[in-house]
Write a protein that binds this ligand. Structure first.
Ligand SMILES: Cc1cc2nc3c(=O)[nH]c(=O)nc-3n(C[C@H](O)[C@H](O)[C@H](O)COP(=O)(O)O)c2cc1C
Ligand SMILES: [Mn+2]
Length: 474
């Protein structure tokens, strides 16, 4: 699978996509429809007839369910979640070098507009939610910048909204790798930073852009490994950044180092308009290139479940698992339920006890704290099964002695809905770890067995019953 168009075909064949042929207004209507469809766990939408934009179309929700993520990974739509996580974890350890293609062979160069001809209003950017600070051209994107000193190219997913015809504003958090490169390599020299905004690439390219990978990792090589084939790259028109050649739309430009540009408010990923207008970065457009009849891919993000909570569930959870293991914590699996919008993580451990839970807590609060709560469960609890971890949480976590709480300043998440204005201003926050494991010091015979078929009956009884199962008419 080379590109978004191919993926749209796959989605359609699997009954995961609906084409909307009726004219839809980019001004609120398109966002409202998309939001309602997320609320109903509905299909991916392809808006073929966008008001004022003949020849352009918009796709919302391409990775908004696990079935679509499985299809993006080339798997069967019914692949169990545990398997999706496992295959993703295996594939992101691999690296596949990209393939450089000639400009004339790159579909994203079918239409090229440079300088004054590059007008962002030619693209059908939606005003997504009522109350948004502007039209967001980039929500499900890949933002590419380069560290010139170590020749590292970073991919990240950060939103960008329109200020005017050739100027955008975005909000990569100060802890993002985008901001790290900007602040370490460009600000000290007073040099504007070249950046490419890619829209409508292969779905797995976007997935990788949401992943918390280490600085120095070239996400394009990880994307190649996830896809199982090299990503075709082509050079930008106005700078030496390389972009996926099959992308629908590429916006080239520079982030001025001497400007703070207002961004937002926005219907944010925690599921609320929980931010205010914030101090973002600017983006001066230098060129726009796109395919014929370009498809703008987007997500009308907000309350779960949507592409944002699904993508973050997978990429953040696997990132946490790798991080916890690196700290020597014997985790079995980590699950970030999309419904918890990365504010909650379920951590399965081989050896439980309050000491392990304390170590897990220390991991989560070591740097910036995006997760607020974690539930630590024993290895016999399937973290992917809410029935199981909810049961463990409700019954094994002692309200008086199994909840560990840490407070901190300067590293919490400004968008977390439960924080008040003063807390957000100084990034003050707290983290709670819920120990839902049996205390290690309890003698074995004090640990109550679960009253399930699997756990409370002898092997002999189980075999006897199972052998006759069909005879019972079950
Ligand atoms: C739909 C979506 C939108 C996002 N928007 C932003 C954003 O505007 N700013 C930000 O800092 N992170 C945003 N994120 C989270 C980042 O993509 C994530 O932290 C990623 O790891 C950033 O890449 P980096 O590690 O290279 O900085 C968004 C994630 C998703 C799924
Ligand atoms: Mn990165």
């Amino acid at each position: 699978m080379k590109d978004l168009r191919h993926f749209i075909n796959v989605l359609e064949k699997n009954g995961e996509l609906v084409r909307i042929k009726k004219e839809v207004d980019w001004d609120i209507e398109l966002g409202a429809i998309s939001r309602r469809v997320y609320d109903q766990y509905g299909p991916c939408l392809w808006f073929e007839n966008v008001k004022d934009y003949p020849g352009y179309s918009v796709v919302n929700g391409e990775c908004g369910t696990w079935r679509r993520v499985a299809l993006a990974m080339g798997l069967d739509a019914d692949t169990p979640l545990r398997e999706i996580y496992k295959i993703y974890e295996e594939r992101i350890q691999g690296r596949v070098q990209p393939n450089i293609v000639d400009r004339k062979d790159a579909p994203c160069k079918e239409n090229v507009f440079v300088g004054a001809d590059a007008d962002i209003y030619k693209l059908p950017a939606p005003l997504i939610h009522e109350g948004d600070g502007g039209r967001y051209i980039a929500t499900w994107d890949i933002i590419i910048n380069k560290d010139p000193e170590v020749n590292w190219t970073n991919w990240g997913m950060y939103r960008f909204m329109i200020h005017n015809k050739n100027f955008l504003a975005g909000w990569p958090q100060t802890t993002s790798q985008f901001a790290m490169i900007l602040n370490e390599r460009y600000v000290p020299k007073g040099q504007d930073m070249p950046v490419a905004i890619v829209i409508g690439s292969h779905p797995l390219d976007h997935m990788v852009a949401t992943a918390p990978l280490k600085p120095g990792v070239n996400e394009v090589e990880v994307a190649g490994s996830l896809r199982g084939e090299p990503v075709d790259l082509v050079k930008c028109e106005t700078c030496d950044i390389m972009v996926p050649a099959n992308a629908e739309i590429v916006i080239e430009g520079e982030v001025p180092v001497d400007a703070i540009v207002p961004d937002g408010p926005f219907g944010e990923y925690p599921g609320y308009r929980s931010g205010t207008m914030a101090e973002g970065v600017g983006f001066r457009i230098k060129a726009i290139t796109h395919r014929n009849n370009p498809i703008l891919s987007m997500t009308a993000l907000g309350a779960p479940v949507d592409d944002s909570s699904i993508a973050a569930s997978l990429t953040a959870a696997v990132g946490m698992k790798i991080g916890l293991k690196r700290r020597g914590i014997d985790v079995t699996d980590v699950y970030v339920p999309p419904e918890g919008v990365t504010h909650l993580a379920i951590v399965g451990v081989k050896t439980g006890g309050i000491e392990t839970t304390k170590k897990v807590l220390d991991f989560f609060i070591a740097r910036r704290v995006m997760v607020l709560k974690c539930i630590v469960v024993d290895k016999d609890v399937d973290v992917f099964d809410m029935k199981q971890w909810m049961h463990a949480f409700a019954t094994k976590c002692h309200p008086g002695r199994s909840i560990l709480v840490e407070h901190f300043v300067g590293k919490s998440n400004a968008l977390t809905p439960c924080y008040d204005a003063d807390e957000r201003r100084i990034l003050k926050g707290a983290f709670a770890a819920f120990d839902a494991t049996w205390p290690l010091e309890w003698p074995k015979e004090n640990i109550p067995p679960r009253a399930t078929f699997e756990d409370i009956y002898s092997q002999e009884t189980k075999e006897k019953v199972l052998a006759k199962w069909h005879e019972y008419g079950l």
